[in-house]
Write a protein that binds this ligand. Structure first.
Ligand code: COA
Length: 327
């Protein structure tokens, strides 16, 4: 049986930094409120006006390729989880393939908000498991600063920019993606969305005046739905695989709010020292959080470790993946 195993990781964070002190200058908030309510201390921001999301993706892929001895022409496919593509079309994946010289690759973007990386990883794993492709780059990347209203204190303190990527390859010895549960509930759209710029509300003077080109979120509703969605999908995944929380070595969750993560860990019964957290450094980078967390903590993982990836985001979209580490 062929499984899709992660065999390499890369990451990229732009140089610009927004600290909580900087946030105090922008909106009516305090360093203490942000840390206690979210766990975030700072975020990276792409400030260069000549650069966009695809440049962060290229940075992450170059980081991965520099650590793995592979020729970029061996890449078969690139999937980019993102809600902040450079353009409405073409997809970021197309621009990226061109920029890195991946002449033999095709690809596309997957828009599943904060679940973008897990949706992309599951999609890519099917191309590996069926023997169709041998090397797929799965990216999660968002330039949230391009759609954040820095006058709205309820959202601007949460988000940052960043890109992470994994290389997926076939493995016939067991490790790789073991199982996954992905879910969606479109009725959740009203609590977390960006209203302008699509076919429903194309850009106009009115959409700009209404702040419809920025993220809108009802935080409390999303918070509760995130805890429920991640917790239940992990629980169902464990039951379906005859596992308990004690069998899990690491949980790598989407980083939206530290309090969400402790609630999920508590519900599932996973010790907090198995929950990998880096939200304090980057904030919520939407599709970027999980691959950036894998990148940060790569040295902790051992071959055979059982890892749960879990995410929740706009859509609503959510789900969990059971992974066995391959190296
Ligand atoms: N600084 C200071 N006060 C703030 C604030 C800020 N940045 N943002 C909100 N507040 C205020 C609110 O206005 C409210 O004041 P009021 O009681 O006078 O009305 C008070 O703090 C509590 O607001 P509330 O929204 O209940 O706070 P919360 O504890 O739910 O935290 C979030 C707000 C956004 C941090 C939290 O709801 C959250 O993290 N939600 C999920 C976000 C998320 O995961 N999104 C991505 C998709 S997964």
């Amino acid at each position: 049986m062929i499984r899709a195993a992660i065999t390499g990781i890369g990451g990229y964070l732009p140089e610009g930094i927004l600290t909580n002190k900087d946030m105090e200058e922008l909106v009516d908030t305090s360093e203490e409120w942000i840390i206690t309510r979210t766990g975030i201390q700072k975020r990276h921001i792409l400030k260069d006006p000549d650069k966009a999301n695809s440049d962060m993706v290229v940075g992450a892929i170059q980081n991965l390729l520099s650590r793995k001895n592979i020729d970029v022409e061996e890449i078969d496919m690139i999937i980019v989880g993102t809600v902040t593509a450079d353009y409405p079309f073409p997809d970021t994946a197309n621009l990226v393939a061109h920029k890195i010289g991946a002449k033999n690759a095709f690809g596309y973007d997957i828009n599943a908000a904060c679940s973008g990386f897990i949706y992309s990883l599951v999609t890519a794993s099917k191309f590996i498991e069926t023997g169709t492709y041998k090397k797929i780059l799965v990216v999660g990347s968002d330039q949230m600063s391009s759609i954040i209203n820095y006058k709205d204190r309820t959202t601007c303190i949460l988000f940052g920019d960043g890109a992470g990527v994994v290389l997926l390859e076939p493995n016939e010895e067991g490790p790789g993606v073991q199982d996954s549960i992905l879910r969606a509930e479109g009725a959740g759209w009203e609590y977390l969305h960006m209203k302008g710029g699509g076919s429903k509300n194309p850009a106009s003077a009115e959409t700009i005046a209404n702040d419809w080109h920025y993220v809108y979120q009802e935080g409390k509703t999303v918070f509760k739905a995130a805890v429920k969605g991640m917790s239940e999908s992990i629980h169902d995944l464990l039951v379906r695989n005859n596992l308990t929380h004690e069998d899990i070595d690491w949980m790598v969750p989407h980083q939206a709010n530290k309090r969400i993560l402790s609630s999920v860990a508590n519900y599932v019964g996973i010790d907090m020292d198995k929950v990998l957290i880096n939200i304090e450094k980057y904030g919520n980078t939407t599709a970027g959080t999980i691959p950036l967390c894998l990148w940060d903590y790569e040295s902790k993982f051992k071959k055979g470790d059982k890892i749960i990836l879990t995410a929740f985001g706009g859509g609503f979209t959510w789900g969990s993946i059971l992974l066995e580490w391959a190296y």
